[in-house]
Design a protein around this ligand. Structure first.
Ligand code: SF4
Length: 390
């Protein structure tokens, strides 16, 4: 066997401009062992006062979330930031695409900071703009593009949202995906939806909420010629799903659901729609991160739950509800590794730099991309009903 000597490229080292990840953080970070990190973070935040607004995504570590002015999922946080125009600096404790959305939705005078530029999202990285443009060209060639409406999940890069905006499509979140798909199918006679980048959210919503069949869905694999699909398959499909998934939610498996049901009497399985279709089919309840939090808050004391979402959030829910039995729906520990990039040393470094007048790790979307992405986001905001509540 030949052993190929490949250089290891640890996450966060080197430069890859076409990726959300792989960008080195400049500057000297404080040591993780520094016992004064909490005090330093507090002091920097106090010094910045109203100039800074700290956003904390639900999947962030406790050591960071304690400094958040608001917590929430990506879209709620971006809107919260837009609601604080007096805040000069928005420190986004989350991942890259979220900071981009905050930059798009906030005013020109506000600067969005991501404490570690290596905090990307593996799902968002699975759809690169050149791959998506190639897929669109293939749909044009197959004669189906005129009936295709693109819908992209919030968890996508700004240039994918811009692609969606300029091609008549919209953005969706995990709580308004059903409304967004209904809207998309109503846009054209015999419309097809091109759903990016999470195949599971697209399939679960189309099949379980809109009543489409599994055979109405095809998967576009960007690594295969013509996405691995024939022209006939493209013509017959109602849903063209991008072959992307969340590396955290994609781990949950149906056999663990069976195991937990056998070992915990009365356990209710509560999962996020980014989970595989087979897992969602076996769950009692399916919904967005906010839905999961509200369900546990409203659950009676003594009830048992196994939750299929990111572990930081599951642990926090278990700590906050000691009167309920809360388990994680996986045999092994699995955090979102990129969310976890934002740790206390990076947070302290970003906050102290801002307090000293140096803006570091600013996330800036270029004006053209921003304008087109805003078109898609505005279509989402205009959707009827619970459209933009997450
Ligand atoms: S949990 Fe999944 S979708 Fe969310 S940031 Fe991590 S990899 Fe991306």
């Amino acid at each position: 066997m030949t052993i190929v000597d490949l250089p290891l490229l640890p996450l966060g080292q080197g430069k890859d401009p076409s990726s959300e990840r792989g960008v080195e953080c400049p500057g000297d970070l404080p040591a993780a062992s520094d016992p004064d990190l909490v005090a330093r973070a507090r002091a920097a935040k106090e010094a910045l006062g109203d100039k800074v607004f700290v956003l904390g995504h639900h999947y962030q570590r406790d050591e960071v979330i304690q400094f958040a002015d608001v917590t929430g999922d990506s879209f709620k946080l971006a809107r919260d930031a837009a609601g604080r125009p007096e805040a000069e600096y928005i420190v986004f404790c989350g991942v890259h695409f979220m900071a981009e959305s905050a930059d798009i939705l906030t005013g020109a005078a506000q600067q969005v900071i991501l404490p570690d530029l290596a905090a990307g999202c593996s799902m968002a990285d699975m759809a690169r703009i050149n791959q998506v443009e190639n897929a669109w060209d293939a749909m044009v060639e197959a004669g189906v593009a005129d009936s295709v409406v693109p819908v992209t999940y919030m968890n996508s890069a700004a240039d994918i949202k811009a692609f969606t905006g300029r091609n008549g499509g919209t953005v969706c979140t995990s709580s308004n995906a059903e409304v967004a798909l209904e809207w998309a199918f109503a846009q054209k006679p015999e419309a097809k939806v091109f759903f990016l980048p999470d195949q599971h959210l697209g399939r679960n919503t189309a099949v379980l909420k809109l009543g489409l069949g599994l055979d109405d869905c095809v998967v576009w694999n960007p690594l295969l010629p013509n996405g691995g699909l024939t022209v006939e398959q493209l013509r017959d499909a109602r849903m063209i799903l991008w072959k992307g998934h969340c590396s955290v939610h994609g781990r949950f498996s149906p056999d663990v659901v069976d195991e937990l049901r056998a070992s915990i009497p009365g356990v209710q399985i509560l999962v996020h729609p980014e989970c595989q279709h087979e897992v969602v089919l076996k769950a009692d309840l399916v919904g967005s991160t906010e839905f999961i939090i509200k369900t546990i808050e409203a659950a009676p004391a003594g009830s048992s739950w196994a939750i299929g979402t990111e572990l930081n959030l599951v642990k926090r829910l278990a700590d906050a509800h000691p009167d309920k039995h809360i388990s994680f729906l996986d045999r092994t520990v699995c955090y979102c590794s990129t969310m976890n990039r934002i740790d206390l040393p990076h947070f302290v470094w970003a906050m102290e730099s801002l307090a000293a007048g140096a803006v570091v790790n600013q996330i800036q979307v270029d004006p053209q991309t921003e304008q087109e992405a805003l078109v898609a986001l505005q279509r989402m905001l205009d959707l009827p009903g619970r459209s933009h509540k997450d």
